[in-house]
Write a protein that binds this ligand. Sequence first.
Ligand code: AMP
Length: 427
Amino acid sequence: MTTVPEFQTSPGMRDILPPESARWRRFVEVFAQVAESAGYGQVLSPLLEDLGVFQRIGDATDVVSKEMYDFVDKGGRHIALRPELTASICRAFVQHNPQMPWKIWYSGSMFRYEKPQRGRYRQFDQVGIEVLGADDPNLDVEIIALGWEFYAALGLQQVKLILNSLGEPDDRARYVQALKAYFEANLEELSPESRVTLEKNPLRVLDSKRPQDAALVAAAPRIAEFYSEQAAAHFAAVQAGLTALDIPFTVEPKLVRGLDYYRHTTFEYQGGTLDSAQNALGGGGRYDGLVEALGGKPTAGVGFALGLDRTLLACDDEGVFAPPSTAVDVFVVDTTGGAEALALTAQLRRAGLRADRAYENRSMKSQMKAADRSGAAIALIVGSNELEAGTVVVRPLRAEQVGDDTQSGQSVVARTDLLSHLTKVMS
Ligand code: AMP
């Protein structure tokens, strides 16, 4: 009978065990390769920040106003676990005053007190990039393309890119006015929930997925009608750039970001196989004023954050990006007590091979089972005969290796020749 352990992970939090954990690490490695190939450097930020860092920027969002994990530390500081990293990066930019454009990438865990479900957790991981100090539509294209290349590097084929522009801050303000007037004129048709949203943030009403709001939202004024010449030119340049790079996209006028800081380009990558409530794999856009809100000079910014957890669900659905092999190269079976296994594995590891062994001086049969389970290509067997003769039995463990130059499958090799023999066999 199995008993339920007293302590388990709290809701929305998970242990990531091998071999899945190897896939998580590889995910970040692939992202690092993509970002660093374009001149982005990694920033490692603290998990904790002054609560104010997030509040200053996102007080109007649920993420900051409702979902943050925060506490007062022993020094009386009001601290929050980061719900996202853009705010920390802007704080770091003001604090360290780096050369611009500052092109950085990051990865790590974020914390949001959300209702847990598939693809939505309270601790989840993101990778992302931000560029501070350059206002150029080519840069918007560059980062969108990097996200696109990253998904392609994972092997995903069903990712969709959704694009929009929020225009200049003035365009956006005029649009919000018009949107408010429109929804207010049709208030009785709007769902009660959206009426509350309208009070706080008219743009967010466009996010409503309630059937009652669908017709009204579909007929709402479009942001494009409010673009200034400059905003229209910026958006046209971004679209032209994406087209030149052969990156397909769909313009979605309802793709807005709630925060006042966002301007010009916004975008989202959607997984083709996931439920629509959880299909956002990642998203980003251009923002102004975040750096200023944290005490810096007005600085242009653009970036994205991609969710690791959800992207891996999409990989599972598409059957791509399987966990990398964590199998060792060789497994040492020692029936003479274990001292030989200790010495041999150390020697092999020093030579750069992945080597494992059995413990507790188990029987030959039991050790061979462990060797099989380890996924090793080769078992190295030392019994009393081999110990005396200074040799090792080299036995291939995978069917495809038997029948090459080893013929019968196994060979007896002098300890002194072992490394060169293994190098030959394994290549
Ligand atoms: P955001 O920072 O809200 O723009 O989210 C960017 C990406 O992070 C989303 O597209 C998701 O893939 C991922 N994400 C956000 N919140 C969660 C969550 N609670 N659980 C899992 N992934 C999340």
